[in-house]
Design a protein around this ligand. Structure first.
Ligand code: FPP
Length: 230
């Protein structure tokens, strides 16, 4: 009998790794893998919403990814364009919103415009949020927040500092999933990950389907979170 998941996380964040290897195994260019990854991401968001998760953060483009060949980057920008012209409309229709974290000022102008419109046009009463990390790096986010505190000339405590991060207003992730077999965080949500449960699996992201996502949530549900207490 299928296990009933008792404890649904509020916020799940995903490092979607393995698109390149998935494509290589099919003798296809890396961009083909990213396109398959985007389809998997869209299906994962639908599943997350259906399960009652409130926030899904996805690492779509890291600050480090900017060093990739121009052709691959252009392919990723095209996917962002497609997501914000087409796919966000389905999200809105389902009462969901999109948010963005990261320094989008480095993205092409037309992409920045689409991203800003996509965020601004999101339903105000959304109960589910897809948060795209675009040109995101946790160290860059922390440095930007530190500089914002300095320019205000105010000392900050943890709450005041968190309010200066890109993720302000969003609860910290309960669960961080990484697909693709590597066991590291790769500069993702380093401040916010303080008490997150971590889940690593070998599945390459385009193959990370609803069943795999449910497996990760079921594993989370069995964990005993103590937040440093007994
Ligand atoms: C890492 O896999 C994945 C990325 C760098 C990009 C992830 C992007 C998507 C899943 C789609 C993006 C969606 C939008 C809206 C832009 P990798 O290429 O490093 O894989 P590898 O480790 O097998 O080489």
């Amino acid at each position: 009998m299928k296990e009933e998941i008792q404890n649904i996380p509020r916020h799940v964040a995903v490092i979607m790794d393995g698109n390149g290897r998935w494509a290589k195994r099919r003798f296809m260019p890396r961009t083909f893998g990213h396109r398959a990854g985007m389809n998997a991401m869209i299906a994962m968001a639908r599943k997350a919403k259906a399960m009652g998760i409130e926030y899904l953060t996805v690492y779509a483009l890291s600050t480090e990814n900017f060093a990739r060949p121009a052709e691959e980057l252009e392919g990723l920008f095209d996917l962002i364009r497609r997501y914000f012209t087409k796919n966000v409309r389905d999200l809105y229709a389902e009462g969901a919103a999109v948010k963005v974290i990261g320094d989008i000022s480095a993205l092409p102008d037309d992409v920045q415009k689409l991203v800003c419109e996509g965020v601004a046009n999101s339903p105000a009463d959304a109960k589910f949020f897809v948060i795209l990390a675009l040109n995101y790096g946790a160290r860059s986010e922390i440095v930007r927040a530190a500089n914002a505190a300095i320019s205000r000339g105010e000392r900050v405590d943890e709450d005041a500092f968190a309010a200066l991060l890109d993720t302000h207003g969003v609860p910290c992730p309960d669960l961080i999933i990484r697909t693709g077999g590597e066991v590291r965080l790769s500069n993702f949500l380093l401040w916010q990950a303080a008490y997150a449960e971590l889940y690593f699996c070998d599945v390459l992201f385009p193959d990370f389907d609803e069943t795999e996502f449910e497996k990760a949530i079921a594993e989370y549900s069995r964990r005993n979170r103590r937040f440093g207490r007994v």
